[in-house]
Design a protein. Structure first.
Length: 562
């Protein structure tokens, strides 16, 4: 078994496009990351995850890669990348890369070759299929399956040159690689070894539970009101997924130490995650599951469902219990695909923003697992006040809007209401460094506007204020280092039926921690006995006067010996 140093670590995600722009072109870059390494070191994080920085047409902001072994010129060069890696390592921070190998860009030379003729040696590196039997190739409805793509429209694109379709679960500029072909797998493994040899410390694996597909590619079930079917039963956790991950481990990671692997797995179940993260099985160290960020999503995608705290607790409690003995959890509220958590599960009004951001951080970080902080989360950055659809840049928002409004008869306002609350661009507005015109992100024109609240919410002001979200996160991260029960303690959920209070204990040997968060804007009493006289380790507001009576959005952490 390899060492599991990452159980004691905190990971920080950088979305380079929106982090810091050093050359004034309005787009973040690697030099900008280098310039802010001290901010990250001061926060105390151990690992940086870089969203894709490879050459890319940027159709999906870099998740469409046209060359896996170079750096996107907008972001810098390999030399600057090496400098960044050295700068991070010098500050005791590791760097993991985003590995996007379910699909490549259609501008990758592999795909260019593949599409050039039906007998090209790389033809089979992607999923090519003829039109549906008896139908005219290219005609509406002639796609090989009825699946919709994640970004709207069908998941097949007709290619006139060879008269066949290729599969793209995401945009048509993201053709799916065919992992059934051993040459594809070997090419990916070689590329991964090349990065590890260069000194990177692991990978975050993009939609890695979609790489194995049911090769018969059956139609999916159509639901009322949608024009395309959900094909996910044929590609989520497919038949050869475990085999591929184990092969990858053998070919890439065996014999190397100190690395971190995390697989992004939408739709993964607890039971599957146990198998994926069991160290004896040699697949990945941890997975990103989605249940807790889908809790406010109903059967109708264009209806907002408010958070029900008991449902959130049931989900996270189930994941904690499921991976208690074997495997390991990742912990996250935010990433580049999710709206800002303080706007989503907290309260981003001036009165409660700071308290609720700290409360959410406390509850998340003190679960058992490895916490992930997404850039700006450590400042309590909020959703952006989006107006019309023309203000969105995200291919998902634009594609889903088009499908819903033009094909499925939804009104623009009902779709916009959901995009404003949940759209991915909320996470992608530039990092707020200071109160200058573009928040210190760029001296040029930012590719996506900076949130107007950067005048109040910014890193410079928070670093100077000991009561800020930033310094609270710093203390929270430090607690993982000073209190062993945070990383290693057992987890027990309390008060599962309480709609306001989130409460749990962590226990390691004779040390027990009690963590309580008030998920509401009113005072709440936590009905938990036996903690009188316990040591108060951390709170985001004035310590409770007596009993466990919490102010709106208050978090408290107690410690006692048992
Ligand atoms: C993952 C990424 C997301 C991207 C998609 C396709 O879910 O996190 O940003 O659009 O995969 O690569």
């Amino acid at each position: 078994m390899t060492d599991s140093w990452w159980k004691k670590s905190v990971v920080y995600q950088i979305y380079p496009r929106s982090f810091a722009d050093a050359d004034g072109d309005g787009m973040g870059d690697l030099r900008g990351v280098i310039d802010h390494l001290d901010h990250l070191a001061e926060l105390g994080v151990d690992v940086l995850w870089l969203s894709p920085v490879y050459p890319s047409p940027q159709d999906d902001n870099g998740y469409d890669i046209s060359d896996y072994q170079d750096i996107e010129p907008l972001f810098g060069t390999l030399e600057i990348f090496d400098e960044l890696l050295a700068g991070a390592h010098a500050r005791n921070m590791k760097i993991i890369m985003d590995l996007v190998v379910n699909h490549s860009s259609d501008e990758h030379r592999w795909f260019q070759e593949s599409r050039s003729s039906t007998d090209n040696p790389k033809r089979d590196w992607y999923w090519w299929r003829p039109a549906r039997p008896g139908m005219e190739p290219g005609a509406p409805g002639a796609e090989p399956t009825n699946w919709g793509s994640v970004f709207g429209g069908p998941s097949w694109e007709y290619d006139e040159k060879t008269g066949e379709y290729y599969l793209h679960l995401f945009s048509k500029k993201q053709p799916d690689l065919n992992w059934e072909n051993p040459e594809v797998r070997q090419a990916v493994y070689a590329m991964m070894r090349w990065w590890l040899d260069r000194g990177v410390d692991g990978f975050r694996m993009d939609v890695i539970n979609m790489i194995s597909k049911d090769v018969s590619l059956p139609d999916g079930r159509l639901t009322a009101g949608s024009v395309y079917a959900d094909g996910s039963a044929s590609f989520i956790g497919g038949p050869r997924l475990h085999e591929f991950l184990q092969e990858m481990h053998r070919e890439v990671f065996e014999g190397r130490d100190g690395l971190l692997t995390v697989g992004e797995m939408p739709g993964v179940t607890v039971n599957e995650a146990v198998l994926h993260t069991d160290p004896q099985r040699h697949e990945v160290d941890m997975v990103f599951q989605f249940d807790h960020v889908w809790v406010d999503r109903g059967p109708d995608p264009w209806l907002l469902v408010p958070l029900q705290l008991t449902a959130l607790k049931a989900i996270l409690g189930r994941w904690q219990a499921g991976l208690a003995d074997v495997g390991w959890n990742s912990l996250y509220w935010n990433n580049h695909d999710q709206p800002r958590v303080v706007s989503r599960y907290g309260d981003d009004s001036p009165a409660h923003r700071s308290a609720s951001a700290k409360m959410l951080g406390t509850v998340l970080h003190l679960h058992r697992g490895t916490p992930y902080v997404y850039q700006g989360e450590e400042l309590g950055m909020t959703n952006y006040p989006f107006g019309g659809i023309d203000e969105f840049r995200d291919i998902e928002a634009l594609g889903q809007y088009r499908q819903a409004v033009e094909l499925e008869g939804r009104t623009p306002e009902e779709v916009l209401t959901v995009l404003r609350a949940r759209g991915r661009d909320n996470a992608r507005t530039p990092m707020q460094w200071d109160d200058s015109p573009h928040g210190g992100f760029t001296t040029g024109t930012p590719w996506l506007p900076v949130n107007p609240n950067h005048a109040e919410i910014n890193a410079k002001a928070q670093r100077a204020d000991p009561d800020s979200v930033f310094h609270y996160y710093r203390r929270l991260i430090e607690l993982r280092r000073t209190e062993p029960a945070v990383a290693d303690g057992d987890f027990t959920m309390l008060l599962p039926h309480d709609e306001r209070v989130y409460a749990f204990t962590r226990r390691l040997g004779s040390t027990e921690l009690l963590v309580i968060g008030n998920f509401s804007g009113v005072e709440a009493h936590a009905a938990i006995d036996g903690w009188d006289g316990a040591e108060l380790l951390l709170t985001n507001l004035e310590p409770p006067a007596g009993g466990l009576c919490l102010a709106p959005w208050q978090a408290v952490v107690y410690r006692r010996s048992v």
